[in-house]
Design a protein around this ligand. Structure first.
Ligand SMILES: Nc1ncnc2c1ncn2[C@@H]1O[C@H](COP(=O)(O)OP(=O)(O)O)[C@@H](O)[C@H]1O
Ligand SMILES: [Mg+2]
Length: 255
């Protein structure tokens, strides 16, 4: 496997003293380039902490985390800033769009730190909106979009910089089944057709079953790292979701 994410014995405690919370107690796994991985596990088991470390937003206490050749656990503040700007995209359960900007402008805002011309930013924003199947809605404001559409704008904003890794922390947490399936379609097609690697935290076992792989956390450690075939056999509906994703991509006329 050509691993793009390599995590070994990662440990992280939030706070100190009697209130200290050991969020990661030695997490080890790796993720192949161009794959879609689900992370599942009960509330409080460390999923968001793990994603924060991989996003370069939070520092681990010990262990090793390498993403695309960047050693996050040894990187300087400057290297982490560049990593966050260029190599990783993050989406959360809350869409965090700026209400006074259109969908296209929100995506352009994600390109702020890249030295690109305005025309190039606009072109990239339109292209990213097309990847998430929102071509026709680029000029709408967030309030004029459904929750699922807003989340797809947030995904477009995260991927417009063409990061190697996209991290999604419960991206469908506020969405109904159909809107969740659309998000899965988008993530699946980003990995299959655009070469992005995606790690998604989800409580939805059907969505997890449509991913290449599920990593299950419990109490700050990996308790199951099921491979592709194992997961697909257990969740037949996941296979149907994947087929729907491929069809949607073809319908949208992408390459
Ligand atoms: N910023 C923080 N300060 C203190 N404790 C935290 C903080 N973030 C998370 N925790 C604690 O760390 C543990 C793991 O949290 P989290 O990573 O958010 O889990 P999950 O995303 O799986 O629900 C929990 O016990 C949580 O209360
Ligand atoms: Mg969480």
């Amino acid at each position: 496997m050509n691993a793009i994410v390599d995590v070994r014995d990662l440990r992280k405690t939030h706070g100190r003293g009697p209130l200290a919370a050991q969020a990661l107690r030695g997490v080890t796994f790796s993720v192949g380039a161009g794959t879609l991985t689900a992370i599942t596990g009960p509330s409080g088991c460390g999923k968001s902490t793990l994603l924060s470390v991989l996003a370069g937003l939070d520092a681990a206490d010990s262990g090793y985390a390498n993403v695309g050749g960047v050693n996050l656990t040894a990187a300087s503040a400057r290297e982490l800033t560049l990593y966050r700007r260029r190599q990783v995209g993050v989406v959360f359960q809350a869409y965090n769009l700026l209400p006074s900007l259109t969908a296209a402008e929100n995506v352009e805002a994600g390109l702020e730190f890249l030295s690109l011309s305005i025309a190039e930013k606009q072109r990239r924003a339109r292209e990213a909106l097309s990847w998430v199947d929102l071509d026709g809605l680029a000029d709408r404001f967030p309030a004029q979009l459904s929750g699922g559409q807003q989340q797809r704008v947030a995904i477009a904003r995260a991927i417009a910089r063409e990061p190697a890794l996209l991290l999604a922390d419960e991206p469908t947490g506020n969405l109904d089944r159909d809107a969740s399936a659309r998000i899965l379609e988008v993530l699946w097609n980003l990995t299959r057709h655009l070469g992005c690697t995606c790690i998604m935290v989800t409580h939805d076992l059907e969505l997890a079953g449509a991913c290449d792989r599920t990593i299950r956390l419990s109490d700050g450690a990996v308790v199951l790292a099921a491979d592709e075939s194992g997961v697909r056999h257990r969740h037949r509906s996941g296979v149907a979701l994947q087929a729907a994703a491929e069809q949607a991509w073809a319908r949208a006329g992408h390459r």
